[in-house]
Write a protein that binds this ligand. Sequence first.
Ligand SMILES: Cc1cc2nc3c(=O)[nH]c(=O)nc-3n(C[C@H](O)[C@H](O)[C@H](O)COP(=O)(O)O)c2cc1C
Length: 213
Amino acid sequence: MDIEKAIQLRRSVRKYLDIPVEMEKVGKILDAGRFAPSGGNIQPWRFVLITDPDARQKIGEACVQQHWMARAPLHIVVGVEPHKSKRMYGERGEKRYALFDGAAAVENMLLVATAQGLGSCWVAAFDDEALAQVVGAPGNAIIVGVLTIGYSDENPVMPLRYSLENVVFINEWGSRRKDFAAWYGYTSHHVQNLLKKGKGMLEKIKDKVQDVK
Ligand SMILES: Cc1cc2nc3c(=O)[nH]c(=O)nc-3n(C[C@H](O)[C@H](O)[C@H](O)COP(=O)(O)O)c2cc1C
């Protein structure tokens, strides 16, 4: 699957089939995490694989009672050790870079999970201390997310996204182009898909109109 397709297809999945994830696929997801960029190439991340059902249950509890999580056959807890980034970059490394690094690793992992036909969800609503205790994370680590991974038992539609006009500024923060697509000569995949859908619907209606005639 190409990268753009994986980005489009990735959805947060909260219902999973009771099928284990093949180790080969897990390995590729973990590799995607460690191949992410990091400030100064410090790679402050750590990945904790959780397959034990009791532990998954406890993790769901620690994640503000998100009990659905336990049904995912695999959790990957992604944490960072900010003191590693602090050594090279001081407070900026500790407070920002380490978290950015962790987030970059997470997104890489979610995309490779998607590309391998797996569902996933980045869960970051949790009680820090309770979760650290369940996974035995040291006090100097920050958990940036629990990734639930498994074969999806649902087909979520993409939640609404702002259009490019809303989120892109030109040359200066706050300077928008309402006609961004026309100006830039770019039609997003989302719009392209809608147009394709519209065309398909028109074709169907055309047949029906001909039937009536
Ligand atoms: C930082 C962060 C924290 C999130 N925490 C949770 C969470 O605790 N529980 C949950 O079900 N989804 C969580 N999500 C998933 C978002 O709800 C989801 O990405 C968003 O609704 C967009 O849907 P999509 O991922 O299908 O595009 C989180 C996502 C991010 C990036």
